[in-house]
Design a protein around this ligand. Structure first.
Ligand SMILES: *Cc1c(COP(=O)(O)O)cnc(C)c1O
Length: 409
């Protein structure tokens, strides 16, 4: 006998971790809109609108601005397998967990991968990246912008010029940072950048916005193509073929482009979600949304410091949208997090690798980059810390955060 569970009915949650976050209500509404056919003029128009909206989000005029269906790593994988030929040298500066992910995916794309590392909680000075480029002579640089595992925001503004001087393709994973921190695809000389919806863009995971420069598109177009499932003559095992069908950006571009050649079936409800995320950002104003994240992040930072918590990493290079704090002596990290969830419906994040069990990560992203979400989280955190015997100033976190909001322009 199979017991049929009831219809899905999630508990109310305030998601204040490093992602996923609570989606904007209008994104959830957009996802429940009726489906249309893959080539319905409404659908192709919605795809074109989504491309134009994301040009605004990425600050680019790249024609090749689109979505890869799947979570953020679908975008990472599509960029890597399509831009890298087996045997190409790839350089990945690693400053957290997601740098290791880029290196691993590049290895699976059969690149010769070189990494440089810095301590968790730090970023790379551009000169260190340039020295490594001169030494390794990579075809592609893969660099995370914001790594949620450490909360650091790697400055990218000088990296494009360095890459272009040395003839290197410049790819960045901006999943954690896009929409909540500056990102200028054209002005910073990016050749490829990818993201996901479940961080500052304020949607669910499952769609990966990507933008590609003309130089990147030329590399992709130079690979062998298989049109609409019909194999051209040639050995599919040759390095000219992209090592994946689903993530072959040449085929995906032909689907999104004027020829509309069938590849996959675009995930309609996720397209509606991605379109709504970008629409919200451009309607509020891209700079205004980044500023809203800056203020929410500054308020959360001031709040946790006022509660006596020690902030992890180089605060000058922290992303606006997430802060890591050391778990105070004697507080059982996971039990305290469970108390926040059970008693207040608030989720904050644990950590990976060297930081596991040492820090909590608290996010203020997308819909939740909001004063009431910040203050509610700080009030609940104070209560839970006090319950575990930490001496916290009554109302101290909320007061400090309120002070930041009072001074915000
Ligand atoms: C959160 C995050 C991801 C997430 O990838 P998913 O496939 O969407 O889970 C990827 N890269 C970075 C830098 C992130 O912060």
């Amino acid at each position: 006998m199979v017991t049929i569970p009831g219809p899905i009915d999630p508990p109310p949650r305030l998601l204040m971790g490093p992602g996923p976050i609570s989606a904007y209500p209008s994104v959830l509404r957009a996802m429940s809109a009726p489906l249309v056919g893959q080539y319905d003029p409404f659908m192709t128009a919605a795809m074109a609108e989504t491309q134009e909206l994301y040009r605004g989000v990425w600050a680019t005029s790249n024609a090749a601005t689109l979505l890869v269906d799947g979570t953020s790593r679908a975008g990472i994988e599509a960029a890597m397998v399509s831009l890298i030929r087996p045997g190409d040298r790839v350089l990945v500066p690693v400053f957290g967990r997601f740098g290791h992910l880029l290196a691993e995916i590049a290895e699976r794309a059969m690149a010769e991968v070189h990494t440089i590392e810095t301590d968790w909680g730090q970023v790379f000075p551009p000169s260190v990246i340039e020295e490594a480029i001169v030494r390794v002579k990579p075809a592609l640089l893969g660099l995370v912008q914001g790594d949620t595992s450490t909360t650091m925001n790697q400055p990218l503004d000088e990296i494009g010029a360095i890459c272009s001087r040395h003839g290197v393709l410049f790819y960045s994973d901006a999943t954690a940072s896009l929409g909540g921190n500056d990102f200028e695809a054209d002005a910073w000389g990016l050749d490829a950048a990818t993201a996901g919806l479940q961080k500052c863009l304020g949607g669910p995971s499952g769609s990966s916005p990507i933008t590609l420069s003309e130089r990147a598109v030329a590399v992709i177009e130079s690979r062998k193509k298989i049109e609409a499932g019909i194999r051209e003559p040639g050995d599919p095992a040759s390095p000219d073929f992209v090592r994946s069908n689903y993530f072959d950006l040449g085929m995906i571009l032909d689907y999104w482009g004027p020829r509309r050649l069938n590849h996959h079936t675009e995930a309609t409800s996720m397209l509606y979600a991605a379109r709504e995320c970008a629409r919200i950002i451009l309607l509020e104003g891209r700079d205004a949304v980044i500023e809203r994240h800056r203020v929410a992040g500054a308020a959360m930072l001031a709040g946790v410091e006022a509660l006596g918590l020690v902030v992890f990493g180089d605060v000058a290079h922290k992303m606006s949208n997430v802060v890591a704090v050391e778990i105070p002596e004697g507080v059982p990290g996971d039990i305290a997090r469970a108390a926040l969830l059970d008693d207040f419906g608030i989720e904050i994040g644990t950590s990976f690798g060297p930081l596991h069990g040492r820090v909590w990560r608290i996010g203020t992203m997308g819909y939740n980059a909001r004063k009431d979400a910040v203050l509610t989280t700080l009030a609940a955190l104070e209560t839970v810390l006090a319950r575990f015997g930490v001496a916290v100033p009554a109302g101290g976190g909320v007061d400090a955060a309120t002070g930041v909001y009072a001074e915000a322009p």
